[in-house]
Design a protein around this ligand. Structure first.
Ligand code: UD1
Ligand code: MG
Length: 458
């Protein structure tokens, strides 16, 4: 049985009050629709079909930059004539023998398990429906059951009788059915209802009429099937998602000082005894090995951090690899291409970019080190700068093992400093330094006797 997912994403989302199509608003830094596509991928779907309408070009191009193996079949619904009409737009690209799972582009957080359970209920003789009981079912389609509890139909809020409005079991919108049946039913939908729309939900009564069973599954919790209609709901769902992420990390062995002040915006893995202080943002792919400590107000993006390394307060780390027992920050900025070897140290107000720092080496204070390779046990004095850019091109600085660079040195790249060399403080280094040499490149100090300081004019 092949599974094809059809995602409805043609609606405008006018309650977002936004120029951006609703499904491109982000949750955990990822567009809502991309969450849904990833859910389909996690399910191992054989085909992904998305129905677009409002902002179609923007929605489609949001997938351009992604390198994903999921091929998407797009269909455009010019006019939003209803959910049934929307599904019908996608069906021509779905094989007849497929099982179709219908998802909404604005319902981002459905669990794979929930969906695969739902799919188990579909056959030629049954249609599967995901429903949930809500204390306040206002706005949703109600699940109408007969005296023996068999589902008979879905009635939309606007078409429901007062008795039906009292029903608390509602349609999540997520359902699964065979493609052949959908192809048979959808052309028969009528729009003579309160909203003048072709309701997908009317296929339930059609299935019952065809002597089919309507099998029902439920999500583990309400949030899984919650849609986003406005920014309040978006924020609520974001907080719920973040609480889940924090909980997962805690269960995997991380101490999270305040789960409400941690944000996970990507894939994060943690070893035992990781410690995450408040206001930490973890983005992209982040791997934190055992014993890693992330101080308050740090942003860590696409980084692999080795065991027992400490990132102190207010540091920003991006596209960086860090070894074991390294110390970073406070107030450090590690830019893309930084590699810090074991036991190295990057202190406060230090910026690095495309820099490899050898084992045990230190850049402790107030430096910019870019396009550089430093050996082991190097000490870079406070205020040292690599002048890597001449306004047009970038050049490399190479520093050997056991080098001592005095404070306030400018290393004008391209330049090489041999191992065990020493650079006097305040030097502007423009020429290579051989190993074990001392380089002093600053004007000589003069001391003038009896110097009279200026006095203030009256
Ligand atoms: C729908 C269901 C309702 C269910 C509710 C759950 C129908 C008729 N009703 O109602 O039973 O309780 O969802 O949230 O299906 N869309 C299109 N093209 C259209 C219409 C809608 O692509 O022509 C998309 C929307 O962008 C949205 C989704 O389908 O992602 C649902 O549409 P919406 O108008 O929100 O459906 P509801 O009226 O809330
Ligand atoms: Mg509607």
């Amino acid at each position: 049985m092949s599974v094809h997912v059809v995602i409805l994403a043609a609606g405008q989302g006018s309650r977002m009050r936004s120029n951006l199509p609703k499904v491109l608003h982000t949750l955990a830094a990822k567009p809502l629709l991309h969450h849904v596509v990833d859910n389909a991928r996690a399910l191992g779907a054989d085909g992904t079909h998305i129905v677009i309408g409002h902002g179609a070009d923007l929605v489609r191009s949001s997938f351009d930059k992604l390198t994903t193996d999921t091929q998407i079949h797009w269909s455009t619904q010019e006019q939003q004539l209803g959910t049934g009409h929307a599904v019908d737009q996608a069906l021509p690209s779905v094989p007849d023998d497929a099982t179709v799972l219908i998802l909404y582009g604005d319902v981002p957080l459905t669990n794979t398990e929930t969906l695969s359970t739902l799919l188990k209920h579909v056959s030629e003789k049954s249609i599967a429906l995901l429903t949930v009981e809500l204390d306040d079912p206002m706005g949703y389609g109600r699940i109408v059951r007969d005296a023996s509890g068999f589902v008979q139909a879905i009635v939309e809020q606007k078409d429901a009788t007062p008795e039906q409005l009292a029903i608390k079991e509602v349609n999540t919108g997520i359902l699964a059915a065979s493609a052949s049946k959908l192809k048979e039913w959808l052309p028969k939908l009528s729009n003579s209802n309160a909203q003048g729309e072709y309701y997908l939900t009317d296929i339930i009564a059609m299935a019952v009429n065809d002597q089919m069973e309507v099998a029902v599954a439920h999500p583990a919790c309400e949030e899984e099937v919650q849609g986003v209609n406005n920014r309040v709901q978006l924020a609520t769902l974001e907080r719920w998602y973040q609480a889940q992420q924090a909980e997962r990390l805690m269960i995997e062995g991380a101490t999270v000082i305040d789960p409400a002040r941690l944000d996970v915006r990507g894939k994060v893995s943690v070893g035992k005894d990781v410690f995450l202080d408040i206001n930490v943002i973890l983005e992209g792919e982040v791997e934190l090995a055992e014993g890693v400590v992330i101080g308050p107000n740090c942003i860590i993006k696409n980084a692999k951090i080795g065991a027992n390394t400490q990132i102190h307060a207010n540091s920003i780390v991006e596209d960086t690899e860090i070894g074991e027992s390294v110390n970073v920050g406070p107030f450090a900025r590690l830019r893309p291409g930084t590699k810090l070897s074991d036991r190295s140290k990057v202190g406060n107000f230090v910026e690095t970019k495309k820099t490899i720092l050898g084992e045990g080496s230190k850049i402790n204070h107030l430096s910019y080190i870019g396009d550089a390779e430093l050996g082991s046990n190097v000490n870079v004095g406070a205020g040292t700068i690599t002048c890597n850019y001449d306004g047009v091109n970038k050049f490399k600085t190479e520093i050997g093992n056991d080098v001592f660079v005095g404070s306030n040195t400018s290393l004008v790249a391209p330049v090489k400093v041999g191992s065990k060399a020493t650079v006097g403080a305040g030097s502007t280094v423009t020429k290579d330094i051989e190993q074990e040499q001392l380089a002093v490149a600053r004007s000589k100090q003069r001391n003038i006797d009896g110097w009279q300081r200026p006095v203030k004019n009256k």
